[in-house]
Design a binder for this molecule. Structure first.
Ligand code: CUA
Length: 158
């Protein structure tokens, strides 16, 4: 088979780019341990209230982990539990959330926390609250008649 010189150049370029991209993904996944956020954590949506940690929504101090607090949220039509929560300034917090019924959003306005809560799955995000103030949590997935009323707030205090 005869290949034109330009075809060879493009093939080399294409295969080279493929190897570079696969290496980046490979190093990220296997060496750095990155993975899609909590894609594997499942929960029975009918038993959320009796399943740890969702049996105790709110902020909990934890020991011996990479984060200082766990902030547990349960969403259901059309509110979040807890309806408001205080977080100490500078705390590294793992936000853990799920929904009891339909898909809800979990966006903390003014931060980079933005999760989709799906029935049967647990969504997690670890972040450090290093700005004091009030942060509104809003539902950004249309979930029914009370969608626009669905909110909570995080108050970051000194
Ligand atoms: Cu919950 Cu929209």
């Amino acid at each position: 088979m005869h290949l034109h010189k330009l075809e060879k150049i493009w093939l080399t370029f294409g295969i080279g780019a493929l190897i570079v991209f696969l290496s980046v993904i490979g190093v990220s996944a296997f060496y750095l341990g990155n993975k899609p956020p909590s894609c594997l954590t499942t929960i029975n949506p009918e038993k959320v209230d009796t399943t740890k940690p969702f049996n105790k929504p709110g902020l909990h101090k934890v020991e011996g982990k990479d984060w200082d607090y766990e902030l547990v949220f349960v969403a259901s039509a059309f509110f979040y539990d807890p309806g408001a929560v205080k977080v100490p300034l500078g705390a590294k917090v793992k936000v853990i959330a799920t929904t009891k019924d339909v898909i809800h959003g979990f966006e903390v306005a003014g931060t980079n926390i933005n999760m989709m809560l799906e029935p049967g799955y647990v969504s997690e995000y670890t972040t450090t609250f290093d700005k004091a103030g009030e942060f509104l949590i809003v539902c950004n997935e249309y979930c029914g008649a009370g969608h626009h009323l669905m909110s909570s707030k995080i108050e970051v205090v000194k």
